[in-house]
Design a protein around this ligand. Structure first.
Ligand SMILES: C[S@@+](CC[C@H](N)C(=O)[O-])C[C@H]1O[C@@H](n2cnc3c(N)ncnc32)[C@H](O)[C@@H]1O
Length: 276
């Protein structure tokens, strides 16, 4: 059994390697593990290319949703992107917040921060900042952000409760977040979990959807809304490497799924103490 620190070290090492790869090398996978299926399938990553502010060289194919599309970012907002990678969502958020706003990307992998900073510099952006840090202790003062976004990151973090409590601390009163992530519905058979992890990554640390939503509510957020929810389909040719045809059928009939969800919630303030 790995400790939380060992898990974080492993994740950091993996993303240090991924930072040096192209989107094509990482493609077909939320976590960049690559894929060898011959089927046409729906994978975790979604098509950003139609969103304004999209820059192909910041897109390493690591997302599992489009949180910025749902984040209700307004001109002048201060937006924080948790686990910002090469800056993909941060630059889309920058387009939404405009010249009068600001975006801060946080990532704990130095190579990702370096890549994101280079991307920002290349475009002459002076209102996007990338800070190295662990999102279990977000390096931003309390009551700072209007909006927080994150794309396919919390599943990698051992203490998700701590991250939600940090999000609550850092959001301004009446601020909100929109987060895309991987969750599970039902307990997956061990072989299937292994197959999914080999296929797409981002599954090993994923928790039950219901538990995920409860963590958000238990941290004081209101108006918790699932804005998008879709199953991640693992192709049969991958499943058949790990499961018998009968086991594959049983899994399909079971209703157990790996899901990509985008969740919205608010830090609603209703009185003197409720946001402190
Ligand atoms: C799957 S990638 C997603 C990157 C980016 N959001 C995107 O969609 O392109 C996960 C990112 O989260 C970062 N990360 C993972 N755990 C973290 C933590 N505890 N604190 C800060 N960053 C973390 C990794 O370094 C990596 O860049």
């Amino acid at each position: 059994m790995q400790t939380e620190e060992q898990i974080k070290e492993m994740v950091q090492k993996k993303y240090a390697d991924i930072a040096l790869q192209t989107k094509e090398e990482n493609e077909t996978s939320c976590c960049g593990s690559g894929c060898c299926s011959s089927e046409v399938y729906n994978i975790m990553n979604e098509d950003y290319s139609t969103l304004e502010g999209y820059h192909a060289d910041s897109d390493l194919g690591l997302g599992c949703g489009l949180p910025t599309q749902f984040a209700k970012i307004k001109k002048g907002d201060l937006v924080i992107d948790l686990g910002s990678g090469a800056g993909n969502d941060a630059f889309i958020a920058r387009h939404e917040t405009g010249e009068t706003g600001k975006v801060i990307g946080i990532d704990f992998t130095p190579a990702m921060i370096e890549k994101a900073r280079k991307n920002a510099e290349m475009r002459g952006f002076n209102n996007v900042e990338f800070r190295q840090g662990d999102i279990e202790q977000i390096p931003v003062s309390a009551n700072t952000a209007d909006v927080i976004v994150s794309n396919c990151v919390l599943n990698l973090v051992p203490n998700k409760n701590k991250v939600f409590s940090e999000i609550f601390r850092v959001l301004k009163p009446n601020g909100h977040f929109s987060i895309s992530d991987i969750v599970l519905e039902g307990i997956l058979p061990t072989e299937l979990r292994e197959a999914a992890e080999m296929y797409a990554g981002c599954v090993a640390g994923a928790i039950q959807k219901q538990v995920y939503l409860e963590l958000i509510e238990n941290n004081g957020f209101t108006n918790v809304t699932v804005q998008k929810d879709r199953p991640i389909i693992i192709p049969d040719d991958i499943l058949s490497k790990y499961l018998s045809p009968e086991q594959i059928q049983a899994f399909k009939d079971s209703g157990k799924t790996i899901r990509s969800i985008t969740v919205y919630a608010e830090k609603t303030c209703c009185g003197a103490n409720c946001c402190n």
